[in-house]
Design a protein around this ligand. Structure first.
Ligand code: COI
Length: 361
């Protein structure tokens, strides 16, 4: 893309490839990693030389700030195989903007857009054989930054390590495209307004593991988070945003500051508006979901996320009461969204919104 920047990223090419170890017909989520990774270190007040090098272990020190105080952010994005010469990155400007918003919240220095784009393009060119071709699969991209100053005082780090790693992936949930089941947690909250809920920071996920494990032990796929203050309004699911189709209205929990501003979430609302649905971004209580389910107005419930794509929800449990949504398979609206989003991502459908950045490889 940018000649100067492309030249500025130093590339150390791997001598051999591990791509033959990938079983492309049986891809799991995030188990095997592309041959190359991007690395950049921030110290003395600025980001240093960006490098792409063979994927591998990195040097860490036990005193690093991240291990003690959790100053870290990440992104999750995807690239898709269009044809032998073209790989599509989905909404990379949105991902980069959110990455920097997370950085700001966590006092981490922001990253340059041009370096981000060039690094992704170079990684795709180097590891193009890692990009899976089947529909339903993708090349997952994980940019992340952690505080790497060796210092035990609880304060903002002076040094950061920035990486981008990649992984060919299949479906995120074991259910694949079958409906998942959700349960509202008892005695736990995910985030409070003014906290770090809207940042993609590692600790948010660590804090959700115990309630998620408890939900899984009871047979549910994931936790359905309610707001921390009134324990009443729906926020998100542990690993995705959530949407409700009530009659012909798409209702999506509003961004209050404690909800992650999902990029697939935004795409879902934009597509629904294009298709003439009424789109409401507002508070929605768990009571409203149960009431509209009982009255027959709740037509579909589904999650959205980069990893989860569109994931139908078939059951919700709250305070010992359970509702079943749909007939055990994906609803028509969620299916249409899945087809449209993945069609755009794979370059099979027209990209009216300019969401795709095609990379020639
Ligand atoms: C993503 O959807 O990409 C995420 O980062 C969520 C994570 C739980 C896999």
């Amino acid at each position: 893309m940018n000649e100067t920047l492309t030249q500025r990223i130093k590339i150390q090419q791997s001598e051999s490839s591990r791509v033959h170890e990938v079983d492309f017909n049986n891809l799991q989520f995030g188990r095997i990693f592309g041959d190359h990774m991007f690395e950049q270190v921030y110290e003395n007040g600025s980001w240093g030389e960006p490098v792409i090098k063979p994927y591998g272990s990195i040097e860490i020190n036990p005193a690093m700030n991240v291990f003690h105080y959790g100053q870290a952010v990440f992104e999750g994005m995807k690239a898709f195989y269009q044809d032998e010469n073209t790989i599509n990155l989905f909404r990379l400007d949105e991902h980069h903007a959110r990455f920097n918003r997370s950085c700001r919240r966590m006092c981490i220095p922001e990253t340059e857009f041009e370096t981000f784009v060039t690094a992704l393009e170079e990684l795709l060119r180097l590891d193009k054989n890692w990009v899976p071709k089947q529909m339903g699969t993708a090349f997952y991209i994980r940019p992340f930054i952690f505080a790497s100053e060796d210092y035990l005082a609880a304060r903002i780090s002076d040094r950061y390590n920035y990486y981008i790693i990649t992984s060919p992936v299949g479906a995120y949930y074991a259910e694949g495209f079958n409906p998942v089941s959700l349960s509202t947690p008892k005695g736990y909250v995910r985030a409070v307004v003014g906290g770090t809920g809207e940042a993609k920071t590692s600790g948010n996920y660590a804090a959700s593991f115990l309630p998620a494990r408890e939900a899984q032990q009871k047979g549910f796929t994931q936790v359905l988070w309610l707001d921390a203050k009134e324990n009443k309004y729906i926020e998100e699911v542990g690993t995705m945003n959530i949407h409700f189709l009530i009659n012909d209205t798409l209702v999506t929990p509003e961004l209050t500051g404690s909800v992650l501003a999902g990029i697939t979430r935004k795409s879902v609302m934009e597509l629904a508006a294009d298709w003439g649905y009424k789109v409401e971004e507002r508070r929605i209580s768990i009571d409203e979901v149960f009431e509209t389910s009982k009255s027959g107005e709740l037509k579909e419930v589904f999650g959205s996320g980069t990893a989860a794509v569109i994931s139908p929800v078939g059951l919700i449990e709250h305070n010992g009461e359970t509702i079943h949504i749909g007939s055990g398979s994906i609803g028509d609206f969620a299916q249409r969204l899945f087809d449209e989003i993945t069609g755009i991502q794979y370059g099979k459908l027209e990209d009216k919104h300019g969401w795709v950045h095609s990379v020639k490889v």
